[in-house]
Design a protein around this ligand. Structure first.
Ligand SMILES: Nc1nc2c(c(=O)[nH]1)N[C@H]1C(S)=C(S)[C@@H](COP(=O)(O)O)O[C@H]1N2
Ligand SMILES: [Mo]
Length: 392
């Protein structure tokens, strides 16, 4: 091994074994926030004409997909029982927390085999994170979304204890759920799995979560423990986590490298190329989800979501009017969703179109669907979402 290799090795080891200070953690949203977005007594829901009046999602039941009716979003935190969306590709395994183990294997100095009690003994960190499925879309009014307070232990500390070996460049997370896949005519049993590269995996806001909104993680959300990577699309947050494996090459299982791959036509340095990209960080997006009326005021409400890059503004446009700033609810945190409000005064009777857009501190602006590069796959739908309604 060359001297340079040795240096690199030492750097990585030092880094993982505690020589780097830990960053702070974002804490929960404020209570005042909740009351500001809940409907007041004299507030009436104004129906959207782009949405059936009796629109209802599927019931939340074990093993099934569930999306929330975004028109009913009032609270900063999505309720575990009937609001936070659910997606699971191999059904919902029922795990016993008393017997459950999380193993850390592969290219580590100290393989770990942890019980839930071992994990709970570790320092507990809490973080608010909102996320959506990469397949969230306008057809279901962006209901594959939720925002919660998560509690658990820091992934980075675990990796540090395990001690990633030189060359360990990929950290793979496996759930306990399994399904049969046909790969090149061969039927094989697969676990749900996702990989993060070394640099992604050691971000200090990633946790192994065993609590959701102060309660034990519900079965549908990965009981007893799941990965939570704030700022990333839901698919990375491996539920029913049972193994963390460190290896020297990219993980390319189905839900990493085949499903949840976006295909779009992009300008790559002046060359038009079809590009396939993994669904990773949440793209900048906002959506109007509700309009209510109080007296002469129409209250427009919605959410904005992204990868944690601070936001500069959320804006609302009515018909062909100018973009006007909406109020982002105070109490939002780096990775939470940002609920926003806009007071539309003295709306004229008749048909209207309303739309929102979000702008981040880098000046990136949520695009219209027409401005987005030609999209083929159904993954990632961050285009501006125009809603229609009739004012009587
Ligand atoms: N083990 C496991 N984890 C999983 C999945 C799965 O099928 N199995 N689905 C992923 C996908 S695609 C999404 S969008 C999120 C959904 O998380 P939620 O059901 O808690 O909202 O979980 C992710 N984690
Ligand atoms: Mo998903």
């Amino acid at each position: 091994m060359s001297e340079q290799d040795n240096d690199q090795k030492n750097q990585r080891r030092d880094f993982l074994k505690g020589s780097v200070a830990m960053g702070g953690f974002a804490m929960s949203g404020s209570a005042a926030f909740l009351s500001q977005t809940a409907m007041a007594q004299d507030e009436v829901l104004v129906p959207f004409t782009d949405m059936p009046p009796d629109f209802k999602g599927p019931p939340k039941q074990a093993g099934g997909v569930f999306f929330q009716n975004t028109q009913l979003i009032e609270d900063f935190y999505s309720r575990n029982e009937d609001q936070f969306y659910v997606v699971q590709h191999y059904g919902q395994p029922e795990l016993n927390a008393n017997r459950h183990r999380v193993r850390v294997t592969g290219m580590v100095d100290n393989p770990l085999n942890l019980s839930m009690a071992d994990i709970r003994r570790r320092p507990k960190v809490e973080i608010v994170a909102g996320f959506e499925c990469g397949g969230n879309q306008q057809g279901i009014y962006h209901g594959l979304v939720g925002n919660a307070l998560w509690g658990g232990c820091r992934l980075r500390d675990l990796l540090q204890d395990a001690g990633i070996q030189y060359g360990g460049s990929e950290v793979v997370f496996y759930g306990a759920d399994r399904g049969t896949e046909t790969i090149r005519d061969t039927e094989v049993e697969q676990s749900f799995g996702r990989g993060l590269n070394f640099n992604e995996a050691i971000q200090d806001d990633i946790i192994l979560a065993y609590e959701m909104n102060g309660e034990p993680l519900p079965g549908a959300h990965g009981f007893p423990i799941r990965l939570l990577v704030p700022g990333w699309y839901g698919v990375t947050n491996v539920k029913w986590l049972e193994q963390i494996h460190v290896q020297d090459r990219r993980f390319s299982g189905r839900f990493q490298a085949r499903d949840y791959v976006t295909l779009s036509r992009r300008d790559v340095g002046g060359v038009e190329r079809w590009e396939e990209r993994l669904v990773t960080k949440i793209r900048l997006k906002s959506a109007i989800t509700r309009v209510t009326r109080t007296g002469n005021t129409h209250n427009i409400m919605g959410f904005a979501l992204n990868d944690g890059t601070p936001l500069r503004a959320v804006e609302v446009k009515i018909d062909n009017g100018p973009w006007q700033p909406a109020e982002i609810q105070p109490g939002a945190t780096r990775y939470s969703w940002k609920l926003f409000k806009f007071a539309w005064e003295n709306a004229a009777p008749g048909e209207h179109e309303i739309v929102s857009r979000v702008i981040d501190v880098n000046g990136q602006i949520q695009a219209t669907p027409e401005e987005l590069p030609e999209k083929i796959s159904r993954w990632e739908n961050p285009g501006q979402f125009t809603r229609t309604l009739t004012i009587s």
